[in-house]
Ligand binder design. Structure first.
Ligand SMILES: [Mn+2]
Length: 443
């Protein structure tokens, strides 16, 4: 069914090696004083209905440092006998429970299968971790994920620190192995979008597009990295629409924002295309403008440029275009407004992009810390560039010519910052008007 995608994909890259994970542990611990302890907990399991749970997704920090991908693991870094040690608390083996809920590596399996120095049963965590914390002066911990660990840390009465300050700066720069995984995730999502475009026809449901794309992810042992957005017609103008429950009509543009995950690393792609395979003149004008802005945003992804340069580049193109189309009647300066918050924001109300990595909206942000200096683009960073224009017919706060009403267009690619200029990881997914019109409904 997805044979065309499989043959275009090539070999799936290996998971991050134990050698690389060990180096991350060393780099992280090098930033800690030896009288401190760092604790990295897992994400909690959340209830979907009564005794049924949402599929668990590991905590990205825990996975980044240990490669752990099951439930319940807690990593602890402490300095003992002249070196840093990585302990992992895991659920012990239990044949009766495993019969119901699945195999567990257990203490021995964790120690042999993951790059850690010791594994301890989670049943002993209160007693064992309390003793480790007794000899520390400072504890680095992210609260709110694991009630048991939060209590142990609070009871210790020690000074607290946030391990994310160090880890986020590490995670912002991707290694070659991480980039290989992200390239594969980008390829898979790009090919899945192409399949949806090929199958698209008037009268199909938004959910059909979703099922083609997510089916393609699952078929290739991947899964969505965020809930897929498939919005046709006016739904395309709602940024986080994901009901995906409307039939797609002749004359609609459908906006699909969907990406997948490989060993935890995300891709994130948006494409917007006409359901009937041919843009109307008004849709084409808006599409061409968003595409021009997106290409300007990608060009701004240069080593040494400040974070805001990408948003400034897309904003300038969009604001000028809105003036040229007669949607805004003012100077470019007035359209952009102070701090890029002018009237063009009525139609482009979100940011130009975000970091991408183990989290789809990855850590690091545009600033270093909450109020630190603006981040400067550096080789190995991966960002999304995703300008859009939205003219919701349902919006009472804007006045526009009826020919624009109901058009929502966003184009999003994943871009690696490199010394040789921007590398578009999602380049396999077409975005030129002629390519898209040729592809839609071609199956
Ligand atoms: Mn995005």
């Amino acid at each position: 069914m997805y044979g065309r995608v499989t043959s275009a994909l090539g070999n799936r890259p290996e998971r991050i090696s134990h050698t690389e994970l060990r180096q991350r542990q060393l780099d992280f611990c090098a930033e800690l004083s030896t009288d401190s302890v760092a604790i990295i907990t897992n994400n909690p399991v959340s209830i979907r209905s009564r005794d049924t749970h949402h599929r668990h997704r590991f905590n990205s920090y825990l996975h980044y440092l240990t490669g752990w991908h099951g439930e319940n693991g807690v990593a602890v870094f402490h300095y003992a006998e002249h070196k840093w040690e990585c302990l992992l608390y895991v659920r012990p083996r239990d044949i009766k429970k495993e019969t119901w809920t699945g195999r567990r590596p257990g203490v021995d399996g964790a120690l042999s299968g993951w790059p850690i120095d010791a594994a301890i049963s989670r049943d002993c965590i209160t007693e064992n971790l309390t003793e480790i914390l007794n000899s520390a002066t400072k504890i680095y911990h992210i609260p709110g994920l694991d009630d048991v660990v939060d209590t142990i840390v609070a009871d210790s009465g020690k000074d607290l620190g946030d391990p994310r300050k160090t880890l986020d700066n590490m995670r912002v720069i991707k290694s070659d192995a991480e980039i290989a995984l992200m390239q594969y995730a980008a390829d898979l999502a790009a090919l899945a979008h192409i399949e949806a475009m090929r199958e698209c026809n008037i009268g199909m449901g938004e959910w059909h597009m979703q099922s083609i794309i997510e089916g393609c992810f699952l078929y290739h042992q991947s899964e969505w990295s965020y809930p897929s957005i498939v919005g046709s017609g006016d739904n395309a103008t709602i940024l986080h629409y994901n009901e995906n429950s409307q039939e797609m009509l002749d004359g609609d543009v459908v906006l699909i924002d969907a990406g997948c995950e490989i060993d935890g690393y995300a891709s994130d792609i948006t494409r917007s295309f006409p359901v009937n395979g041919k843009f109307t003149d008004a849709q084409r004008e808006i599409y061409a403008l968003v595409l021009k802005a997106q290409i300007a945003g990608i060009e701004a992804c240069q080593v040494g440029s400040p974070w805001s340069s990408m948003h400034h580049a897309t904003s300038q193109v969009l604001a000028q275009g809105l003036i040229d189309l007669g949607i805004l009647d003012c100077s470019l300066e007035d359209a952009l407004g102070e701090d890029y918050n002018g009237p063009y924001r009525d139609f482009f109300m979100h940011g130009t992009g975000h970091f991408l990595g183990l989290d789809v909206h990855d850590v690091g942000g545009g600033r270093q810390g909450d109020d630190g200096p603006e981040r400067i683009l550096a080789p190995g960073m991966v960002v999304t560039i995703e300008p859009g224009l939205y003219f919701g017919a349902w919006r009472e706060d804007i006045e526009i010519d009826s020919k624009w009403a109901g058009i929502g267009i966003r184009i999003e690619d994943d871009v690696l910052i490199s010394e040789n200029g921007p590398v578009v990881l999602t380049a396999k997914c077409p975005k030129e008007i002629t390519e898209i019109e040729a592809l839609v409904g071609s199956n």
